[in-house]
Design a protein around this ligand. Structure first.
Ligand code: HSE
Length: 315
C-alpha cells in the first residue's frame, strides 16, 4: 500500500499570537509512505524538491535517521495502537522553504502521521492526530492549520488535547511572505526568549490578541494596525533577523500596510496589507535586505483554507 498526503505551509504567531495563532498558506510539501516487502530494511526516509526556490543545502540538513521528526511521528502513531512500524519507505517532496518559519517541520510531521494513519486503517481521529503532532512539535500553532487549514487559534491543554477555533481571514488582506536566504532553527530562535516576561508586556500582548480577533471578525483594518504588534518574542528575536527592524520602520509609513511581523520563529517576514502597493512593498523588502547582502524570495499569497489532504492511496 502507498499513500501520499499534501500538506500546506503555515505561518505562526502573526504578531501578538505567540504559540497561539497560525495560518495555512498555499505552498505544499507532499509526504508519501509506502509499505515495502523487503524484511529488515526498517524505515527509509528520502527528501527531494522540484522547486528552484528550495536549496539543496537546506534539504541536506533535514534529518532522515531515527532522530527525524518524521520517524518519531510514525513511531508514536504505531505505538499508540500497540504496534511498531515495520518496513516503510517515506518520501518527502519538499516545496516549503526549510528553517524559514513557514512550518516545514509541522508539514512533514502532519503528512507522515496522516499517511501512516491511512496505512493502518485510520485508528487515530483528528483529536488524536492533533495531540500527537503537537507533542512532537512542542506547540500547536503550526500543526493545527497544517491539519485543518485556514486561520486558527489553538492551545494545547495540560492533558495534551488541542483546542482550536477557525477565524475568517478577510479575503482582501494580502499576505506577503518574504523569505531570506538564511536559515533560522526554531531551537535557536526559542533559546533567546526569556523564561519570564514583565507583566506590562503580557498585558500588551493580551490586549493586541483581543484586538486581532475583533479586527479579523469585523474586517477592521485600523484595529488590525494596532493589533499586529508583539512584546513576547519579536523584540528578543530581532537580532537574529538582520533587516527586520529597518523593514518594519520603512513599511509603517505605507497607508495600506496593516503590519510587519516575523513568520513563526523566523527567518521569514510577513507583510500584511490591503490590496495595493504590492510592488512597492516587494521593493522595500528587497532593497533593505540587499543592503545587508541578503537575497530573498518574495511572494504575495492568500490564506489556504484546506488543511492536509490525502492525494493518492494505492493498494
Ligand atoms: N510559535 C513558535 C515560535 C513557532 O515562535 O517559536 C515556530 O515553531
Amino acid at each position: 500500500m502507498k499513500v501520499s498526503v499534501r500538506v500546506p505551509a503555515t505561518t505562526a504567531n502573526i504578531g501578538p499570537g505567540f504559540d497561539t495563532l497560525g495560518m495555512a498558506l498555499p505552498l505544499y510539501n507532499t509526504v508519501t509512505i509506502e509499505e515495502t516487502v523487503l524484511p529488515g530494511t526498517g524505515i527509509e526516509i528520502n527528501v527531494f524538491s522540484d522547486s528552484d526556490s528550495i536549496d539543496q543545502l537546506s534539504l541536506d540538513h533535514v534529518p532522515t535517521d531515527e532522530n527525524s521528526i518524521v520517524y518519531k511521528a510514525v513511531e508514536l502513531l504505531y505505538n499508540s495502537i500497540g504496534q511498531s512500524p515495520s518496513e516503510l519507505k517515506i518520501t518527502i517532496k519538499s516545496n516549503i522553504p526549510v528553517a524559514r518559519g513557514l512550518g516545514s517541520s509541522s508539514s512533514v510531521i502532519v503528512g507522515a502521521l496522516i499517511a501512516a494513519n491511512e496505512l493502518l486503517g485510520r485508528p487515530a481521529d483528528e483529536v488524536a492526530l492533533l495531540t500527537i503532532a503537537s507533542e512532537i512539535e512542542g506547540h500547536p500553532d503550526n500543526i493545527t492549520p497544517a491539519i485543518v487549514g485556514g486561520l486558527v487559534i489553538s492551545s494545547q491543554e495540560d492533558d495534551g488535547s488541542v483546542i482550536y477555533r477557525k477565524l475568517n481571514w478577510p479575503a482582501d488582506w494580502k499576505i506577503t511572505v518574504c523569505v531570506p536566504d538564511f536559515e533560522l532553527s526554531t531551537g535557536i530562535a526559542r533559546s533567546v526568549l526569556p523564561k519570564e516576561v514583565p507583566m506590562r508586556d503580557a498585558i500588551f500582548n493580551a490586549q493586541r490578541m483581543a484586538m486581532f480577533v475583533e479586527a479579523v471578525n469585523s474586517k477592521d483594518a485600523e484595529l488590525m494596525k494596532l493589533a499586529l504588534h508583539d512584546k513576547l518574542h519579536q523584540p528578543y528575536r530581532m537580532k537574529l533577523v538582520p533587516g527586520l527592524d529597518s523593514i518594519m520602520n520603512e513599511l509603517k509609513h505605507f497607508d495600506n500596510v496593516l503590519g510587519v511581523v516575523l513568520s513563526g520563529a523566523g527567518s521569514s517576514i510577513l507583510v500584511i496589507s490591503e490590496k495595493n502597493d504590492l510592488d512597492k512593498i516587494h521593493n522595500v523588502v528587497k532593497e533593505t535586505w540587499a543592503n545587508q547582502n541578503i537575497k530573498c524570495n518574495i511572494k504575495t499569497l492568500s490564506v489556504e483554507n484546506e488543511g492536509a489532504q490525502i492525494i493518492s492511496n494505492e493498494d
